[in-house]
Design a protein around this ligand. Structure first.
Ligand SMILES: Cc1cc2nc3c(=O)[nH]c(=O)nc-3n(C[C@H](O)[C@H](O)[C@H](O)COP(=O)(O)OP(=O)(O)OC[C@H]3O[C@@H](n4cnc5c(N)ncnc54)[C@H](O)[C@@H]3O)c2cc1C
Length: 412
């Protein structure tokens, strides 16, 4: 293969992982390394990207170096889920959730990419333009050239429009929150009735990230802030106007998953820029790292066109199903209350529900399997308690209806 220059725009988990695996695969380490070139363009090297920073167990299992570098992250064992009714479920995670400061995590991943032989360039990329030979990449400082462009510039990037159809507003959650001084070492998540999103408190080694996410089009920003203010008041977190964050979190609709384009002629998109986030939990770091890694694998196999298929097979189909189930999870009604409320109420007393919630937080089981278990557990609970709504539940045992809608369509 002739010498290739790969330009990766964005040095977050997706871009850094793609760079590391490519440089490693091509043996670029040290002077006189391979003939190819891997450049990562990052405008804010090692920054505190607005994020909960929670890494599930599956990420640690897949990438043990994350566990070895755990001094940069906080190991959490104790969790608290709160329903909109105020019902609270306290539980212990069987495997710890690691919560990283994003500055620490980003620095770690970029350092690994550099050590593997990638070039990390501190630069903001403004424009991508095709040439006969590949790409002209216009940065704030200078112009670069590459044979292949990998876009890994996160949820807010406008560069996406050059490559693929843009997402719509319905494909994002709005987030808002604060970095606060460290307090209790408990992971807290508050759900709401008929609201796609949640408030959270994720403690880290030297601070706690407290925030809220909500699908765009539900709450105005002031209303979202009010929800967060209530959560913070209830749990004794004081807002600090000097340390506010706000960012977009991809949460693709089922339709957008169906139309997703991840690669084309001499380009590919990874991580948040491609919308690869779990639509129910908001987990994105793992999928960013995996998509970067799978892209590197496809390029090393000289088959970049195989990248979308790799993503679809490994986790894309599951996340697309998650997009369909998210509506039911957040808007579904069960015995006169929201699905999340019932899940937490039952989870406080039932081992079966507790295990489902532990699996959800630990990220140890595939999401579709978990959703099916949750809904069948809800239906079985009805049967066990012999409650009067049994007949309606049996008609719709696995998929409680979103409010105001009929039951599931056939084939769902
Ligand atoms: C508030 C919030 C909380 C979250 N909590 C969690 C959580 O607890 N756990 C979890 O797994 N996920 C969480 N996520 C999602 C997670 O943050 C993302 O999925 C993850 O960061 C995606 O990685 P990425 O590399 O694709 O993008 P990013 O991490 O966004 O990295 C993109 C990089 O590209 C750089 N960049 C952008 N444009 C340019 C340009 N033009 N030129 C050069 N560089 C550029 C940016 O500076 C950035 O460093 C959360 C997201 C939000 C918003």
């Amino acid at each position: 293969m002739k010498a290739q220059t790969i330009a990766i725009i964005g040095g977050g988990p997706a871009g850094a992982m793609a760079a590391e695996k490519l440089a490693e695969g091509w043996g670029l380490r040290g002077p006189g390394g391979g003939t190819h070139r891997v450049q990562v363009f990052e405008e804010k090297i090692g920054w505190e990207k607005p994020c909960g920073g929670g890494l599930s167990f599956k990420a640690l299992r897949r990438y043990p170096f994350l566990e070895r570098a755990v001094s940069g992250g906080n190991l959490l064992r104790n969790a608290e889920f709160i329903a909109s009714s105020g019902a609270t479920m306290r539980f212990r995670l069987r495997v710890p959730l690691t919560v990283y400061s994003r500055a620490t995590l980003n620095r770690l991943l970029l350092r690994r990419a550099k050590e593997a032989g990638a070039e990390v360039v501190a630069e903001r990329i403004l424009r991508l333009q095709r040439t006969n030979a590949g790409w002209e990449i216009t940065g704030r400082e200078r112009t670069y050239h590459a044979d292949f462009v990998a876009l890994a510039a996160g949820a807010r990037t406008r560069l996406r429009q050059t490559l693929a159809p843009d997402f719509s507003q319905r494909d994002f959650m709005l987030t808002y929150g604060y970095y606060l001084p460290p307090s209790s070492n408990v992971l807290r998540v508050q759900f709401y009735e008929d609201f796609e999103g949640y408030a959270w408190a994720f403690p880290r080694t030297d601070h706690v990230s407290v925030g809220i996410c909500g699908k765009i089009g539900q709450d105005s920003m002031p209303a979202l802030r009010n929800r967060l203010a209530d959560f913070m008041r209830n749990y004794g977190y004081s807002p600090d106007p000097r340390r506010i964050f706000s960012h977009l979190l991809p949460s693709l609709s089922a339709e957008s998953w169906g139309n997703l384009r991840l690669a084309g002629e001499r380009w590919a998109i990874a991580g948040d820029a491609a919308g690869l986030v779990d639509p129910v939990t908001g987990e994105g770091i793992y999928y960013a790292m995996r998509s970067g890694h799978l892209l590197a694998e496809a390029l090393l196999e000289e088959s970049p066109a195989a990248y979308p298929e790799k993503v679809r097979n490994e986790f894309g189909k599951a996340l697309a199903l998650g997009a369909r189930l998210a509506r039911t999870f957040y808007h579904g009604e069960f015995l006169g209350s929201g699905v999340t409320t019932r899940m937490i109420e039952f989870g406080a007393h039932s081992q079966k529900f507790l295990e489902i919630i532990q699996d959800l937080v630990e990220g140890s089981k595939s999401f579709p399997g978990l959703a099916a278990r949750l809904y069948s557990a809800l239906a079985r609970t009805l049967v066990e308690t012999g409650m009067s709504k049994l007949r309606e539940a049996v008609q719709s045992p696995f998929f409680p209806s979103p409010r105001g809608e009929g039951g599931p369509r056939s084939g769902e």
